[in-house]
Design a protein around this ligand. Structure first.
Ligand code: ADP
Length: 492
């Protein structure tokens, strides 16, 4: 049984922003509507937030368009853009405790995770892209004839950015960082489950000197506010992180205008432990791989492949660690796992746990709800999982691990790759040749060797196959926000 601490009322951070942020102004929705955002640890309402729909998106796009077409942001010295972004990063750092509390309250993640993980990386990402602002350069090209040919990299325009609820602050940084560095302007829709920190960051951006209209934040729902962003002809590019189903809808809706798209979607990532691996490190990696962020990671290592020679011993360790995981109050510094983000996710995960049992997998740890208030789920391990079971194929997005057994490399690679996803994979082994061979053969955008969930602002991240297209972070992450222009000048 997982160690349980009772969810208590959070040391509530102040909710200072709950309106839309459009053209540098805080404003209610045109309709006057609001929606409640819920604390998933207590199921209590935190705040009523202005609910944007198409009418508000219209205003936000107008503001972003004006800021792009006429405003200072794309025109100022690139180094000055970088300096303003640096100031934004400094302001986030100065408010890190308050932001961590707000993130934890809205999302349910342990406050220590937000404080020590998400927000420091968000700050890094903004600083990293601030450094890029004055280093976005074209090339000169030796073409045939008496011409001078060069390329320019220019901002793509107004970026529509639609983000999920699992890493609200971090997703803002991943989206704003490259867009701002490139000189784009932004209409962002945070997820309806977690709108509060994006609004707070908008205030900090304004304080840092980001000109009005460059960043607009319109909380609301997908089919209304989200769809309005996707369909609006004033939006040049849409960056979306979320589910594959929503990405399909967005792609269809964006088709009419051939809108530029980047998608970061789901996964069912294989986390592979060979018999020669460092057992302590691999067991810790299996744990982090599945349980980080309550299992709500697109790159979660939800398929744990264990070589048959060590299967029994390794599974025992994973099960024991799962049972000792501390689930409970996100504001208790000792808590390792908070609640799932909302009831819909909770119900979906509990549904998969029931399906796993029905399919004949062995429930080796967890499987139940924790407490009777809040969306807490026990860390759950299924063993004897077969490749064709739903719990081995479908993204559960919760603290549910499927353990599979393998016996040789070719079989392993075939099975690990037998999925429509391709976001991440990990390999645990002391054999360097085997590690590189697996890294080469695994069809995934990121492969970790003897580590898991190592992210860096400079290292690109994104999916093969149905896990998405385009990359975020690193130099690659700038590309979707840039147009390349070729200029050819006759010299005769
Ligand atoms: P999840 O299942 O993780 O909530 P979604 O893909 O539904 O993933 O949501 C991710 C983001 O996409 C959220 O901000 C959500 O509001 C938004 N969204 C959902 N449906 C649409 C849609 N039809 N058009 C645009 N955005 C949408």
């Amino acid at each position: 049984m997982a160690t349980v601490t009772a969810p208590r009322k959070a040391a509530t951070p102040q909710i200072r922003q709950s309106q839309l942020f459009i053209g540098g102004q805080w404003t209610p929705a045109r309709s006057g509507n609001t929606f409640d955002t819920i604390n998933p640890a207590t199921e209590e309402v935190i705040a009523a937030v202005a609910e944007a729909d198409a009418a508000d998106v219209e205003l936000a796009v107008l503001a972003a368009r004006k800021a792009f077409d006429e405003g200072p942001w794309p025109r100022m010295n690139a180094r000055e853009r970088g300096r303003i972004m640096m100031r934004l990063a400094d302001l986030i750092e100065a408010e890190i405790d308050e932001l961590a509390a707000l993130e934890s309250l809205d999302n349910g993640k342990p406050v220590s995770d937000a404080r020590l993980g998400d927000i420091p990386l968000a700050i890094e990402v903004i600083r990293y892209y601030a450094g890029w602002a004055d280093k976005i350069q074209g090339a000169t090209i030796p073409i045939n004839g008496n011409y001078f040919c060069y390329t320019r990299k220019e901002p793509v325009g107004v970026a529509g950015q639609i983000i999920p609820w699992n890493f609200p602050i971090l997703m803002v940084a991943w989206k704003w960082g490259p867009a701002l560095a490139a000189g784009c302007t932004i209409v962002m829709k945070p997820a309806e489950q977690t709108p509060l920190t994006a609004l707070r960051l908008a205030r900090l951006a304004q304080e840092a000197g980001v000109p009005d209209g460059v960043i607009n934040v319109v909380p609301g729902f997908g089919p209304t506010a989200g769809a309005a962003i996707v369909k609006h002809p004033g939006i040049d590019k849409v960056a979306f992180t979320g589910s594959g189903e929503t990405a399909q809808v967005i792609m269809r809706q964006a088709a009419d205008q051939l809108k530029r798209l980047t998608f970061e979607l789901g996964g069912k990532s294989p986390n592979i432990v060979f018999a020669d691996a460092d057992m302590d490190a691999a067991a810790a990696g299996a744990h982090v791989g599945i349980y980080l962020n309550q299992g709500q990671c697109c790159c979660a290592g939800s398929r744990l492949f264990v070589e048959d020679a060590i299967h029994g011993e390794f599974v025992e360790r994973v099960v024991a660690e799962s049972k000792s995981r501390r689930v409970g109050d996100p504001f208790d510094p000792a808590t390792q796992q908070g609640p799932q983000v909302d009831k819909a996710q909770f119900d979906k995960i509990m549904g998969y746990i029931a399906v796993g049992q029905k399919e004949g997998a062995t429930l080796a740890a967890g499987g139940g709800r924790v407490g009777d208030k809040g969306f807490f789920i026990e860390p759950t391990v299924f063993t004897n999982v077969k490749d064709e079971m739903a719990i081995a194929r479908e993204e559960i997005f919760g603290p549910v691990l499927s353990v599979l057994k393998f016996s040789d490399m070719d079989e392993l690679i075939r099975r690990a790759n037998a999925t429509n996803f391709g976001l991440a994979a990990a390999v645990w082994t002391r054999d360097i040749s085997r590690a590189h061979e697996a890294a080469k053969r695994l069809r995934a955008g990121t492969v970790w060797v003897n580590c898991y969930d190592v992210f860096d602002a400079a290292a690109p991240f994104g999916g093969f196959k149905q896990s998405g297209f385009g990359r975020e972070l690193g130099e690659k992450g700038l590309e979707p926000y840039l147009e390349h222009k070729t200029v050819t000048v006759s010299l005769s």
